[in-house]
Design a protein around this ligand. Sequence first.
Ligand SMILES: O=C(CO)COP(=O)(O)O
Length: 139
Amino acid sequence: MLNIALIAHDRKKEEMVNFAIAYEHVFAQHRLYATGTTGQRIMEQTKLTITRFMSGPLGGDQQIGALVATNEMDLIVFLRDPLMAQPHEPDIIALLRLADVQGIPVATNIATGELLVKAIERGDFAWRELVHKYKPGAV
Ligand SMILES: O=C(CO)COP(=O)(O)O
């Protein structure tokens, strides 16, 4: 079971919800995390259970970043809005930086998101179970 973070900026939320609906059968087999509003929208329109953090502008990206820093997050799908400035841009950059520190796969658009989900289905991320197993106190 992987720890997967789902995050979407406002104009990408509908796309994220449709993505979650399309791959609900895959996501249902893993532990899901999301920023506040993204998680709420997905839970309203699927049967998925999601651990929700603060909304992005209020620190949600940083809370997910904390799990990345401790190598507990396995994969991130972050549908960013490339056409609109975000007040919490530094938090977003920090999250992506930490993902690179840990070597965690990150999709920032739906095309890559689909490739990652198909990789999950194939079991390509099974090695992450070892990371969890040998990390004392990890979730
Ligand atoms: O702003 C976000 C990520 O940077 C997303 O936050 P919400 O899911 O709360 O809208």
